[in-house]
Design a protein around this ligand. Sequence first.
Ligand SMILES: *Cc1c(COP(=O)(O)O)cnc(C)c1O
Length: 424
Amino acid sequence: MFKDQYIKAGELDKADSLRIYKSQFYFPEENIIYLDGNSLGRLPLSAIESSHNAVQYQWGERLIRGWNEGWYTLSAKLSKKLASVIGCNYDEVIITDSTSVNLYKLADAALRLQSGKTAIVTDEFNFPSDLYILQGLIRNHGSKHSLTIVKSRDSVSMDTADILSRITEETALVSLSLVSFKSGYLYDIKTITDYAHKKGALVLWDLSHAAGAVECRLSETGADMAVGCTYKYLNGGPGSPGYLYIRKDLIPRLQNPIQGWFGENNPFEFNQHYTPAAGINRFLTGTPPVLSLTPLHDSLAMLNKAEINIIRKKSIALTGFFIELAELFLSKHGFSLGSPKSASERGSHVSLRHAEAFRICKALTEGVTGTIVIPDFREPDNIRFGFSPLYSTFSEAVRTVELLVQIIEQKLYETVNPQKDAVT
Ligand SMILES: *Cc1c(COP(=O)(O)O)cnc(C)c1O
């Protein structure tokens, strides 16, 4: 039934200029289709060796000397590579802490700079951790701020006008995810930023589901602040550190609420009184996680070489192809599209909704058809299929749709254990 689709996919895979990168990732014997690179990217082969070297040679043999042999400058070095992936200057971004912690630091700094303004605007698409951070921050600032969580009209897309209409002269901060973790909806940074600036508000973007797959164009759009993680499309490995970006002219005006020695102007002078570093380093706090930073070097090098505009083009082609297939073969089986159809409003994952989404997702991950496919499930009825342009293929998109048809037609989802794991 899928013969024509496999032929087309084969042609697209052959013509894909990024196909060379797949062989630079670790593919163990087990033949699985991995569509969760938007949650945890695959392991770059070279990261195996560099991690081993960092543990055995750098730590094991060099011990404390390692700090002067690369550890101390590692984060800044990697941040330079990250800058071209997210479209900012090298001295406007630093890799440190987790996304949640970075969000707290920047949102707190923004509220202090905007003292006198008492409103915060976010949306229901934002990642729950981001909402929790904002709620806690408001409490820590004496519960003076209101938090507006703008609702979507269709739970797939956001009408920009609905966001803009909530931004007023009272708004201190607008905090949004560039790509929504559930539907994959993609905002236009410039429209929101320009409008917010007219009202005197600052905007803080969470790039976690965008960086490495979507062009973020921070400098070009005049973005104020951003945070993100490095373990999704940036393939840094489980728990690899997050990063924060601040537009250059804003840096000296913002204060890190957790001022530790790594954010001090001269940490190794061991001064008794804190003077913040002049640049982005003022938002550092403590010792960097050297072992968790190490694999990022290889992945960021690959992303730079592949070039983000080309990565984005493939991402649009892959997700568009998958959506076409889903409409052709899956809509008649009770699936509906939970992501924007328009490529300019879509990140690199596609959500399909189904009344039996949870059990269908489990049937895929348990490999009841004989082939394991790994997407993930998001409440209440979304299966997210993440396409990571450096290693996902058009043929995998066809195979996944073919397996979904089989799972529905043969009611294979009825055979799975409906128990939910701790992490979905
Ligand atoms: C993955 C993700 C996070 C993760 O935050 P951590 O602090 O690294 O756990 C935060 N925000 C968004 C939008 C995400 O997609």
